[in-house]
Structure formats: C-alpha cells, structure tokens
Design a protein around this ligand. Structure first.
Ligand SMILES: NC(=O)C1=CN([C@@H]2O[C@H](COP(=O)(O)OP(=O)(O)OC[C@H]3O[C@@H](n4cnc5c(N)ncnc54)[C@H](OP(=O)(O)O)[C@@H]3O)[C@@H](O)[C@H]2O)C=CC1
Ligand SMILES: Cc1cn([C@H]2C[C@H](O)[C@@H](COP(=O)(O)OP(=O)(O)O[C@H]3O[C@@H](C)C(=O)[C@@H](O)[C@H]3O)O2)c(=O)[nH]c1=O
Length: 277
C-alpha cells in the first residue's frame, strides 16, 4: 500500500516510519518543513505526483495551553489542514487517516466515552480538533478518524519526558491527581491503526491502551520504575492555573474495537527502551 505521511517528526509519525515494512507500507514521508498541511497547492502537487492509496495525517498543533492565545495557528493546522486533505481525498481517491483527541470531550462523564457520545470541548485545542473531525467527516467519504489520549513516544513532548524535565534539581514534584485518562503508546496506536485501516469500515474509532489512571498515578509509576527518588505530591488542576482547561475524565471506550495492551505494560516497554534500562 502506497502511503504519504505528514508531520514526520512527531511521536506517532516516527512509529509509522520505523515500522513501515512490518505494516506493508511503501511510505513517502514529509516533515512540516518539506510539506505544510495548511498549504493546499503544495499538498495537491505532492498528492498528484505520488498518487497514494492512503494519507496518514500525523501533523497537528498540540500546544494545549498556547492554543488559548494562538488560536489561529491551532485552527489552521488542526481544522483547515484536515479540510485540505479531505477535499483532496475526494479528488484523488485516497483514504484519509486522521487523528483526534480525548480533549473533544468535556470530561464530566462518569464512564468512558463511546464513539457515539456527543463531544463538547472545553479548550481551544479541543475545539480545533473537533473542527478538524467535522471537516473530514463532512467533506470526504473514505476516511478514518481515530481519537486517542495521552500519547507517549519518541521525542521531548511526551508526559514522561516532561516529568523528568520538571523534576530536575527537585526533591518533590507536584502532579495533578484529578485528571484521568488512558496513557497510550505511540507504538500501540500506530499498530492498531494499521489493523483498523486493513480490516474495519470507514468511520470514527477510539484507540487507546487499556485501563486508565490519573496523571499523579502515572507519574508515580514512572518514577518508581526508573528508581528516581523523588516525592510526588498530588495536587488539583486548579493549583497550576494553566491557560487551558483539561477534561477531568476523558477515558475513551474503544468499542467496537478491543484494547489489547494495558497502559502499564506499554509504559514499561517505553521506559525500558527510551531510558536504556
Ligand atoms: N500527543 C498527545 O498526547 C495526543 C495527540 N493526539 C493526536 O494524535 C496525533 C499525533 O500526535 P503526536 O504524534 O503526539 O504529535 P506531535 O506533536 O509529536 O507531532 C506533530 C507533528 O506535526 C508537525 N506539524 C505541525 N504543524 C504542521 C503543519 N502545518 N504541516 C505539517 N506538519 C505540521 C509538528 O512539527 P513541529 O513540531 O515542527 O511543529 C510535529 O512534528 C495528532 O493529531 C494529535 O493531535 C491525540 C491525543 C493525545
Ligand atoms: C508543570 C507541571 C504540570 N502539571 C500538569 C498540568 C497539566 O494538567 C498537565 C500538562 O501536561 P501536558 O502538557 O503533557 O498535558 P497536555 O498538553 O494537556 O496533554 C494533552 O495533549 C494533547 C495534545 C492531547 O490531545 C491530550 O490527550 C493530552 O495528552 O500537567 C503537573 O502535574 N505538574 C507539573 O509540574
């Protein structure tokens, strides 16, 4: 299967690139510098040139706090970019694989969100991602929208890597204990996405690792496993006065898919390879 991948320097993108032969993908990948998804004409040229069967859109504006002020950039990348890709999917007949977020939900539910539950984002980032979903589902027919949560993988932007940075030079670290979701490894997400593309009808899916935890529990798990001696102090989200509100409970029910790998196993695999234990 010939595929174009966009946003190739991201966490998820790297998993597709590194495992392309296992996934049977003849992959042509572009970083933001080489191909910007907000540039319709350059996108069209690339699509016309390579005529892919599939486009994997791993490009996104993921700066949740910054999006509150820099909202035009968030909508440009997370909504107008997917619009370009959806329009071109109709013209060139490729399947569009687009990724979205648990942050499209408001987090007030007491049970995991189904694909049929009504989104109600509470941040600009969440609204921009929901707008991207709507562009894709309304403008093209051959699409997969895949929502996921708390992705960790290669690169400095994953929560585990941020925790290590935040903890440097400290003997205690405050971590929020009132936000719950499923940490999801980029590796698992890429491989389950390929299963969906090969086996499931078009539409919207939830793909996450199984189980869930608070950010506090996840942090404790990570520092324990890495044997880093630091006190992790549970605090409420209010204590950080972050510009963007986060959903408090954004666990995604993977129905009708199964979720085959627990977040703890994925976290251990990731820590063992990323920190060369
Ligand atoms: N990370 C997470 O916790 C979660 C992510 N998701 C979604 O999953 C998908 C993959 O996320 P993840 O791998 O973590 O993302 P990353 O932030 O790791 O990677 C996104 C990539 O997109 C690039 N990019 C930004 N703007 C453009 C543009 N205009 N054109 C082309 N490329 C661009 C970025 O480049 P640069 O860095 O140079 O800007 C970056 O390399 C995204 O859709 C994301 O919204 C959903 C839930 C959770
Ligand atoms: C600095 C600091 C922050 N925090 C908290 C505040 C805030 O709730 C959270 C911020 O961490 P992050 O920046 O990783 O979180 P955030 O950017 O909100 O992560 C989200 O990213 C987007 C892309 C998604 O789609 C979501 O699924 C989710 O992964 O961490 C602590 O608990 N302790 C600290 O010392």
């Amino acid at each position: 299967m010939k595929a174009i991948l966009l946003g190739s320097n991201g966490q998820l993108a790297k998993e597709f690139v590194n495992n392309s032969s296992n996934f049977n993908l003849e992959l042509i990948s572009f970083s933001k510098d080489k191909l910007d998804i907000t540039n319709f004409f350059e996108l069209k040229e690339a699509i016309k040139r390579y005529m892919p069967d599939v486009v994997l859109n791993c490009a996104a504006y993921n700066y949740v706090d910054k999006a509150e002020s820099d909202w035009q950039a968030a909508y440009r990348v997370n909504a107008l970019g997917p619009r370009n890709l959806a329009v071109l999917s109709n013209e060139f007949n490729y399947t569009l694989v687009h990724f979205s977020s648990d942050y499209v939900f408001d987090g007030t539910s007491s049970k995991p969100y189904l694909i049929y539950d009504e989104p109600n984002p509470i941040s600009i980032y969440g609204r921009s991602k929901l707008s991207g979903e709507r562009e894709v589902s309304s403008l093209c027919s051959k699409y997969y929208i895949i929502r996921t949560s708390w992705v960790f993988g290669d690169g400095p932007n994953s929560f585990p890597k941020k925790l290590i940075e935040w903890s440097k030079g400290k003997d205690n670290l405050k971590v929020v204990c009132d936000q719950f979701s499923s940490p999801t490894s980029a590796r698992y997400l890429a491989s389950k996405t390929m299963f969906v593309v090969g086996n499931m009808p078009y539409g919207t899916y939830h793909i996450t690792n199984s189980g869930y935890c608070s950010r506090f529990e996840w942090a404790k798990f990570i520092f324990n496993f890495l044997k880093i001696d630091i006190e992790i102090v549970p605090v409420s989200s209010d204590e950080f006065m972050a510009p963007a509100k986060r959903p408090l409970f954004s666990v995604l029910d993977n129905f009708p898919l199964s979720s085959d790998e627990d977040w703890k196993d994925s976290t251990i695999n990731y820590l063992s390879t990323s920190f060369q234990l």
